[in-house]
Design a protein. Structure first.
Length: 532
């Protein structure tokens, strides 16, 4: 199989990565699928999709992620949230991984992280698995062929699932490892086939680097009004809260579904594709995303399928509840050609409340927005991380703590400054439970969530009558066209109002206990929200 284009002056050999077998640079999607099939890495599915299983690991391994503690980053990394690795441990890990790789074939993709040329990161991804090359080719942004002739990576990622780390020798937690070395401009991934580690490692890099340029990195999806990029909305939220689903509004232009930056110019997508959860996906509720599961090159990850007809089973979660599909952004008909938007006019903070306390939508003051951004309350949904088998209430600061190398206040201050400068309206949207907690209540109807978001984004919700929430002090609409008024008052959806009150008080106390860690670092107006 012929290799694709590469900068002849900057091959892996030029980087000191040598002794490998055949190195295949920048193969196209058909060539990557052909290679993956020859190597028995998966199955060709309907429409030319590629069906894979990732084995033991079907979600991210955040506890196995390490940052190398070098002098250049020692004072700027949030070490309470990021496990450290010594430079010596990384050097040993790198040497052992290269030794393991010798003689084997590898696939290289030279890609961009970031749609804005002024702020993008040039990334070289070296993968043991051909389908990992296909995945990351979808998820990052592809240079033009002519740009590959002069491509020089800012960072290099080496992903070798068959390599097992040695905790004692390498200073890591287990035989699975994700190690970021900012000084050597390198990331090493070993011991896991879960493809999401590839893209999240790039997000972590950008989360560290962009704040130094005054750019706010955001774990969010984004869209804008048709013909009006100035009317941009961003949707913060952890996996499973609805970022992909809710931003793929057919009446708006999709900028991206997961990771964005907010610069002095406006919003820009980090990625070139989408990585959507497919559990219970239906053609009726999400036709555009559903259609990608039969489009050429889409990676179908950890889904059960009929071995004869290749028909996918969207309800069978026996492999994992974190079943996913990865596809290029252009597979969504209303996706932006540029992946650029304006300054956010509306900021949506998505939460999946497993307690059934929060209303389906609430309007936040700037101080309340900062409180909820730093709190990052949601519920981890089944399968997203190893060991999570049912919704688990959690506080993940900035709606993305596993990907935050710097302290939360760094991102909070940036967001606060940009909200103040550009006048964004902030909303808290609960896509979790109503009528009771998880196990008793039911999931918030997606039709109601969509109707509320439409009203918020088109401006009509601003004219509604609002009440002050007794528990959190934010504004909640009393009535909204097309939405059952009972849903807007979560207390009324519970069979036992006293039980709701007790659950609400418990949640308020959980918020306060979690937020105490940020009180020394925040402004007085945010502190007033925290203290009440």
């Amino acid at each position: 199989m012929a290799s694709g284009r590469v900068n002849p002056a900057h091959t892996l050999d030029d980087q000191g990565i040598n002794g490998l077998g055949q190195v295949l640079y920048n193969l196209s999607e058909p060539a990557l699928i052909e290679a993956a099939l020859k190597r028995d890495e998966g199955t060709l599915g309907r429409g030319g999709t590629f069906l894979v299983e990732t084995g033991k690991y079907t979600g991210r391994s955040p506890k196995d992620k390490h940052v190398v503690k070098t002098a250049g980053v020692a004072d700027t990394i949030w070490w309470e949230n990021n496990a450290e690795m010594s430079p010596e441990g990384f050097d040993a890990l790198y040497a052992d991984m290269l030794e393991h790789m010798k003689g084997k074939d590898y696939f290289v993709q030279d890609l961009f992280g970031g749609a804005d040329p002024a702020h993008r990161l040039d990334v070289r991804v070296v993968t043991e698995l051909a389908w990992h090359g296909l995945f990351i080719r979808h998820l990052l942004r592809r240079p033009a062929r002519s740009e590959l002739d002069s491509f020089v990576p800012d960072f290099t990622i080496i992903n070798c699932p068959s390599f097992k780390a040695d905790p004692e020798k390498h200073g890591c937690r287990s035989d699975t490892v994700i190690a970021l070395n900012f000084e050597r401009k390198m990331i090493l991934i070993g011991g896991t086939e879960y493809a999401g580690e590839n893209k999240k490692s790039v997000f972590t890099l950008l989360n560290y680097m962009l704040p130094e340029k005054g750019i706010m990195p955001m774990h969010c999806s984004a869209n804008h009004a048709v013909g009006n990029p100035v009317d941009t909305a961003v949707f913060f939220g952890l996996s499973g809260t609805g970022k992909t689903t809710l931003s793929a509004d057919p009446n708006r232009v999709l900028i991206g579904d997961d990771e964005h930056g907010w610069s002095e110019r406006g919003t820009f997508n980090f990625e070139g594709g989408c990585y959507a959860k497919t559990i219970n996906l239906s053609a009726e509720a999400e036709p555009e995303i559903y259609a990608t599961t039969e489009k050429f090159g889409t990676v179908i990850e950890n889904m059960v399928f009929d071995p004869e007809t290749l028909e996918l089973d969207f309800e069978d979660d026996s492999l994992t509840a974190n079943m996913r599909c990865a596809y290029p952004l252009e597979y969504i008909s209303n996706a932006s050609d540029t992946a650029l938007g304006g300054h956010p006019k509306n900021i949506i903070m998505l939460t999946c409340d497993a307690f059934g306390v929060l209303p389906p939508i609430a309007r936040l003051t700037p101080a309340q927005a900062m409180y909820h951004f730093l709190s990052g309350f949601t519920s981890k949904v089944a399968g997203t991380e190893r060991g999570v088998t049912e919704p688990t209430p959690t506080f993940s600061t900035c709606f993305g703590a596993p990907f935050m190398p710097r302290r939360p206040e760094t991102y909070g201050k940036l967001l606060q400054e940009k909200i103040a400068k550009h006048g964004a309206t902030c909303w808290l949207v609960n896509t979790g439970w109503t009528g009771g907690a998880y196990g008793t209540g039911s999931r918030m109807p997606i039709k109601a969530t969509r109707a509320l978001l439409t009203a918020a984004l088109d401006g009509s919700l601003a004219d509604a009558t609002f009440r002050k929430d007794a528990n959190f002090g934010f504004d909640v609409p009393v009535t909204v066209d097309g939405v059952d008024a009972k849903l807007l008052d979560p207390r009324s959806t519970w069979a036992d109002a006293a039980a709701y009150d007790a659950q609400a008080q418990n949640l308020v106390e959980m918020f306060a206990e979690n937020f105490a860690q940020y009180v020394p670092y925040i402004d007085e107006d945010v502190k007033a929200v925290a203290i009440g």
